[in-house]
Design a protein around this ligand. Structure first.
Ligand code: 5GP
Length: 203
């Protein structure tokens, strides 16, 4: 199967990567499609199955792991599994799209290692851990406990930033959106170095 490019945005929870990814998806000339992940975490009020995530039980998720259906997966928080289904990427590549991911740092780096030439891996850096805490509280989608869990993970995640192709500082959202657009459009316009090589395999 032959595919387009893979664009990864990873960051600690609350860094603003979802806002950036949603902005890029609205720019039709980039020909991007969102990789809908599978997750075992509970659905939030405004989320839709198949649009934001494929919501499933822990046992369903584990069955997919056993069957080798994931390109990558992580237990991002305890009992909260997240993963990219191979079938999702096949579907989007089949539509001739460039695929954009909003995933955690470990998953992002895993995809980069699997497809080094066709992947742009971007790390979104928040101004500080304190600012992250403020943003997560403002969002109020998570309990105090869960916010603390996300904050504890953030410092570990920040240390992985140098392994990414690019780092975007999200101190001022307008600036971050422009920088992200420029990076992605430049990467998409460049010839795909694997275009003439053998077709891509997800396994
Ligand atoms: P949330 O629960 O806030 O939607 O997401 C929690 C974290 O899981 C975020 O950092 C998000 O980017 C990450 N995530 C979402 N989908 C995937 C996925 O398919 N794989 C991995 N490894 N992480 C994901």
């Amino acid at each position: 199967m032959k595919g387009g490019k893979l664009i990864i945005f990873s960051a600690p929870s609350g860094s603003g990567k979802t806002t950036i990814v949603q902005h890029l998806l609205r720019q039709s000339e980039l020909n991007l499609a969102f990789s809908v992940s599978a997750t075992s975490r509970p659905r939030r009020a405004k989320e839709q199955h198949g649009k934001h995530y494929y919501f499933m039980s822990i046992s369903e998720f584990k069955n997919h792991i056993k069957n080798g259906d994931f390109l990558e997966w992580e237990e991002v928080y305890r009992d909260n599994f997240y993963g990219t289904l191979k079938s999702e990427i096949e579907r989007l590549w089949g539509e001739g799209k460039n695929v954009i991911f909003d995933i955690d740092v470990a998953g992002g780096l895993r995809i980069k290692r699997k497809f080094p030439k066709e992947t742009l891996a971007v790390f979104v850096k928040p101004p500080s851990i304190d600012e992250l805490k403020i943003r997560l509280k403002k969002r109020s989608t998570e309990s105090e406990d869960k916010i603390n869990m996300r904050i504890a993970k953030a410092s570990v995640e920040l240390a992985t930033a140098p392994q990414f192709d690019k780092i975007i500082k999200n101190y001022d959202l307008e600036v971050a959106l422009k920088e992200s657009y420029n990076l992605v459009s430049e990467f998409i316009a460049a010839p795909n170095s694997s275009e003439n090589s053998e077709t891509k395999k997800l396994d």
